[in-house]
Design a protein around this ligand. Structure first.
Ligand SMILES: Nc1ncnc2c1ncn2[C@@H]1O[C@H](COP(=O)(O)OP(=O)(O)O)[C@@H](O)[C@H]1O
Ligand code: SF4
Ligand SMILES: [Mg+2]
Length: 373
């Protein structure tokens, strides 16, 4: 296991150089109707997200299903054309690069998928699947492809003797290891792991997460790890971004986010994460979010969370709260953030209404069930 918890290490990562930066990135999928396929609307899957990832860092990207995580990942991989915004990788603007221009970068940017089985060809042996990655990219191997594949199998904790087996002969966790080995064959610089353990039994989830962490230390990898559950990314992430309906609502260092969440939505997500230590469970409120996530076809105006937020006031329905830095490195988009001082709240209000007044946070919870856990 890596030792992400030490302050010194966090600092090294924090000071590292930026590998990827995303500015105001968005994807609107047009919705058409009629014979002429006239555009009648758009699914605002991702609606202006900004963040950066430093070399060697892991950024967790979390939010309920449908909030735009996969779309964000696929745009970064350039598997989807962004509608607006900018993606800069290693100093190059890759937002609208052609497939030909992207070719030399393809190896550097790799994605690990949720369902390892569907991404592995059932008719090919593991050796052929992983070997193809070396051959496709014309990667030089010192002692031949077979030896390189066997080394990789060993690296991801599989038996190198199983080189000639087929995907169905492995368990779900082992197949995800095969998927990871195939990705690693390309020696990528940035890996977007989209729900890498969601399809796996809880008992093997931690093993695969630990494997990703160990490989990161060994191979100097940078990750964006996507999950719908805050517990999955907790141990692996240096920083975590929380998405809601196509927007980032909170972005902070891992410990800061889990210990002092500021956005009500993050609080709600966190309250659903089980706490293994019974002594720490006491006094924690469970927040049950009511209602479904609204449709990205017609997201609520201003703060998109206002239809489900127990702190919502009129201003939340009228003025979109900007994502502002309320403490060093901790960004939140909320008019009434929690775990912060009133003066910080004023900062948000001022930024949101152009400096013309402060808003007092109001407690109270008419919309939610709250019970002691
Ligand atoms: N190709 C597409 N065409 C239209 N809508 C899409 C397409 N891909 C995704 N969406 C919609 O965009 C929203 C975000 O999807 P997605 O990025 O997959 O979310 P997540 O990964 O967070 O579950 C969803 O409402 C989804 O239905
Ligand atoms: S801005 Fe208002 S509605 Fe939105 S999360 Fe904050 S308190 Fe809730
Ligand atoms: Mg997804």
């Amino acid at each position: 296991m890596s030792t992400k918890t030490t302050a010194a290490e966090t600092k090294t990562v924090a000071e590292g150089e930026t590998l990827l930066s995303v500015e105001g990135l968005g994807k609107h999928f047009p919705v058409t109707a009629g014979l002429l396929r006239r555009q009648v609307g758009a699914v605002k899957a991702v609606d202006g997200v900004s963040f950066s990832v430093r070399k060697g860092e892991t950024l967790g990207l979390v939010g309920e299903s449908g909030c735009g995580k996969t779309t964000t990942g696929r745009m970064i991989m350039r598997l989807l054309e962004p509608s607006f915004g900018k993606i800069v990788f290693e100093g190059h603007d890759i937002t609208h690069m052609s497939q030909r221009q992207l070719r030399p970068l393809r190896r550097d940017l790799q994605m690990i998928f949720q369902d390892p089985y569907s991404s592995l060809n059932p008719r090919q042996t593991v050796g052929a699947i992983i070997g193809a990655a070396f051959r496709l990219q014309k990667i030089e191997t010192e002692h031949g492809v077979k030896r390189a594949v066997q080394e990789l199998l060993e690296l991801v904790g599989l038996n190198p003797e199983h080189y000639n087996r087929y995907p169905h002969e492995f368990s779900g966790g082992q197949r995800q290891r095969i998927g990871i080995a195939r990705t690693l064959a390309l020696r990528p610089k940035l890996i977007v792991a989209d729900e890498p353990v969601s399809a796996l039994d809880v008992s093997v989830q931690a093993q695969v997460v630990n494997l990703l962490e160990d490989l990161q230390d060994e191979l100097d990898l940078t990750y964006i790890v996507i999950a719908h559950d805050l517990s999955v990314v907790r141990h692996i992430s240096d920083r975590v971004a929380v998405m809601y309906l196509g927007k980032i609502v909170e972005l902070a260092d891992r410990d800061d986010l889990y210990e002092r969440p500021m956005h009500p939505y993050t609080n709600a997500l966190l309250s659903a994460v089980p706490i293994p230590d019974p002594s720490k469970r006491e006094g924690r409120e469970r927040i049950r979010l009511t209602g479904d996530v609204p449709s990205p076809l017609d997201p609520p105006p201003a703060c998109r969370f206002h239809t489900r937020c127990w702190k919502a006031q009129d201003i939340c329905k009228q003025t979109e709260p900007p994502l502002v830095e309320l403490s060093p490195g901790h960004l939140t988009a909320c008019h009434f953030p929690e775990n912060t001082t009133v003066s910080a709240t004023d900062e948000v209000a001022k930024a949101a209404v152009g400096g013309s007044g402060a808003v007092t946070p109001v407690e109270g919870d008419p919309k939610l069930d709250a019970d002691d856990d």
